[in-house]
Unconditional design. Structure first.
Length: 759
């Protein structure tokens, strides 16, 4: 395998036509290079682990794409191009006749034009795109290469044969920035970064110094940066820019207006004019000022510069708005270095929303270890932070370094609301459940954290529609932990937790879920429910408040809404001197659940006293049925398998207050003496014909048996209790253990508790 020098490569790309293969062609940098080579007329093939929208776009332009890396797919390639992320044992790289690094190829292509390199640790993608856009609008016809998808430019790379300039973002992460020989260079910042490659700041400055020594024209540098002025001032021709008083091109009178930035530009004290930048943040004002300096020195009139900056749109994942409404705003950003994070959070804070909630995915173990203190101080403008584990890129883990490392530093810095979520797929749940009206959610990181924000954005669309149905009086929450809504206190989240206050709203929810093909599950107090740890997909409706809590008494009949608690019905009857419902005092559920399970206690059950039931069918239509029209079984009411109770009427009998109180006291005493005072779901098993379930469990010697924090009560064998922090998985394991032991006795136990949800 051989390599070519820069001059030979320049001739290879610009004056000849060849077969070229790119390893990792789906990546943002390599895909841009592929586009340039195709436009230059080369026969281009590429390989990557997976196909993407970008590889599909390139295929339409002529790319031969191969999924996976097989040596035979590049057997005819005269040159193989690879990035520093490709391992040396890659089969295509190992068998290549001739090879070149990505930056070598880009630097060689640039030699065919007058090169402009945009460099720095932060902001170079946005600034490169901004420069290419301004020069294009100014009639310069530049070619460009930018390391991200750029909607306003049409693609991340383009070769324009009409123009003489080539604007390129130069990647400093692997030292290959020293390969470029541009005419002009624009240096945004220089600081400690990529310390997996560089020994220290001095090594970084040395690489930048080599680039600048190879720059034949003007070096534009940030006067605001700590290190850039020192490194750049040694050059023969320099122009400074920024917000600092001493900058030759200076931004002043800055006004941040939600998602625009208004400022004036002065050139050596002379006012050039005002710019309304269509992207927010002081850091973007700074970067735009550098572009103004560059374009002005190249002869583009200021009015054209200002007009084009007013139309500029961000690159993908650069403060990209993923969802916006009057209630919520979701923004994604690539920021993954403390300096970038601090700037992006300041921009988010300036948007004027109530709170800024942040999900962050650290990038690389080495960066996390080296900059842990800086990360800890970077989140001051966030109200809540959820940090997931590290996106490793190509690195191996470093013992003791994880997302928790950053959380520890954030808390040590004085922030009060930062948590570690090791499971990436749960990050959107942690943030989504904390959402309140007026919040801005920001996803940060160079890995795949943006996928979590996209999930949240899609679910917010549905949540907003659900909120419109239930109105201001109703409640809608995302990813609500169902452990908060069951008496057993276990269970994962509901995708959508909805509390309608009226029967009409409930009916419209049913219709909406049917139209949208969303699963719908109704929950009461959750007293006879075991929700698995994966939670419940779809919409979980909790009819409560408003019409559902009403209890009306007319004569001997008591009508209650599905959200009324059974013990409240019992005491409402007492207040009217009506007896017969005292047994309800001992059931810790709501009416809807009591009807569905035909709940009972003290020798009585719900449908012994029901006069009629009102319910909604699967189409949201209301019906009322009298007791003699209803099919009822022990602990089972079939009508509510596919329908939804909204109210029921009970018949009671006049009784003396003293006798009612005695029966209530009797119920209370029995509950205290026979049931555990602990988190439980009531009776777990139906009583078999041979013996009560609790007695059977006792005879099997299983009282106090535990799995983790799930335990069989020592008070009553048919109760499982949560000793604190138990999971549904532990409860289910304990249930199976009891069933297995009962089977050995010849008894097949059937659960009375309703078990729902996903593992």
């Amino acid at each position: 395998m051989t390599t070519m020098n820069d001059v030979d490569l320049a001739k290879f790309f610009a004056h000849e036509r060849h077969r070229v293969h790119l390893i990792g062609v789906a990546g943002s940098g390599m895909s841009g290079l592929a586009a340039l080579l195709l436009e230059l007329g080369h026969e281009v093939s590429g390989s990557d682990k997976v196909a993407t929208q970008e590889t599909a776009r390139l295929q339409r332009l002529g790319l031969r794409f191969h999924q996976g890396h097989q040596a035979e797919d590049a057997a005819d390639a005269e040159l193989v191009i690879y990035s520093s992320a490709i391992k040396i044992d890659n089969p295509i790289l190992a068998s290549a006749k001739m090879k070149a690094r990505r930056a070598e190829a880009l630097a060689a292509i640039m030699r065919a034009k007058r090169g402009i390199v945009i460099a720095g640790m932060h902001g170079k993608t946005t600034t490169s795109a901004m420069a290419a856009h301004v020069l294009r609008e100014g009639g310069v016809h530049p070619s460009h290469y930018v390391g991200a998808e750029i909607p306003i430019l049409g693609s991340n790379a383009h070769w324009d044969a009409r123009g003489e300039w080539f604007v390129a973002e130069a990647d400093e992460s692997d030292g290959t920035i020293e390969l470029f020989h541009p005419e002009h260079a624009l240096i945004l910042n220089i600081e400690e970064e990529h310390l997996d490659f560089y020994k220290d700041l001095a090594a970084i400055e040395a690489v930048f110094a080599k680039l600048l020594n190879q720059t034949t024209g003007i070096v534009f540098y940030s006067a605001d940066d700590t290190h850039a002025p020192r490194t750049c001032r040694c050059c023969d021709r320099t122009i400074s820019f920024g917000l600092s008083d001493g900058a030759e091109y200076r931004a002043s009178d800055i006004e941040l207006r939600d998602f625009t930035s208004v400022f004036c530009v002065y050139r050596r004290g002379e006012k050039l004019g005002e710019i309304v930048l269509s992207v927010p943040g002081r850091h973007n004002v700074h970067n735009a000022t550098g572009v103004v300096a560059l374009a002005t020195e190249l002869g583009v009139p200021f009015d054209k510069i200002a007009k084009s900056l007013g139309k500029f749109q961000h690159a993908r994942r650069r403060f990209e708005i993923k969802y916006a409404s009057d209630r919520f705003l979701l923004v994604d950003d690539y920021a993954h270095h403390p300096t970038e994070i601090r700037a992006t959070l300041k921009t988010a804070r300036s948007a004027g929303r109530k709170r800024v909630l942040t999900m962050f995915q650290p990038h690389r173990y080495s960066r996390t270890k080296a900059l842990r203190k800086e990360f800890g101080a970077a989140f001051d403008d966030a109200d809540k932070i959820v940090v997931t584990d590290i996106y490793p890129a190509s690195e191996a883990p470093i013992p003791g370094i994880s997302g928790q490392t950053i959380v520890d530093e954030i808390l040590a810095h004085g922030h009060r609301d930062a948590t570690f979520q090791p499971r990436l797929d749960r990050v959107h749940c942690d943030i989504g459940n904390a959402l309140d009206v007026g919040d801005l959610v920001l996803s940060l990181g160079a890995g795949n954290i943006h996928e979590q924000l996209s999930i949240l954005a899609a679910d917010l669309v549905i949540a907003e529609k659900l909120k419109a149905i239930v109105g201001e009086e109703g409640d809608v929450r995302l990813y609500e932990p169902l452990a908060k809504h069951t008496t057993l206190r276990v269970g994962g989240p509901a995708d959508f937790w909805v509390e309608p206050r009226t029967e009409n709203a409930f009916a419209e929810l049913i219709r909406f879920c049917r139209r949208e093909n969303l699963p719908l599950f109704v929950i009461g107090r959750g007293s006879n429910l075991l929700v698995r740890d994966g939670g419940i997909r779809g919409v979980v409706v909790h009819p409560s408040g408003g019409e559902f809590d009403k209890i009306d008494i007319v004569g001997n009949e008591i009508t209650a809404g599905a959200g009324a608690k059974l013990h409240e019905v019992a005491y409402a009857a007492r207040g009217a001197n009506l007896g017969g419902l005292e047994w309800m005092e001992g059931i810790p559920g709501e009416l809807g659940g009591g009807l569905r399970m035909n709940a009972g206690a003290m020798g009585a059950q719900t449908f012994d006293y029901v006069a009629r039931v009102r319910y909604l069918d699967a189409d949201g239509n209301s019906h009322t049925k009298e007791r003699d029209e209803l099919e009822v079984h022990y602990r089972h009411f079939p009508l509510l398998e596919k329908n939804y109770a909204v109210a029921a009427t009970f018949r009671a009998e006049p009784a003396e207050r003293g006798k009612i109180d005695n029966r209530l006291s009797e119920s209370q005493e029995k509950r205290r003496s026979t049931q555990p005072i602990a988190k439980s779901a009531g009776c777990i098993f139906k009583n078999p014909n041979t013996t009560p379930a609790g007695k059977l469990v006792d005879e099997l010697g299983l009282k106090n048996t535990r799995v983790g924090n799930a335990r069989v009560s020592e008070v009553h064998g048919n109760f499982l209790v949560n000793d604190g922090g138990a999971t549904a998985a532990e409860m289910l394991q304990l249930i199976e253990r009891i069933k297995s032991k009962a089977r050995e006795r010849g008894v097949e136990l059937e659960t009375e508790v309703q078990i729902v949800g996903e593992d």
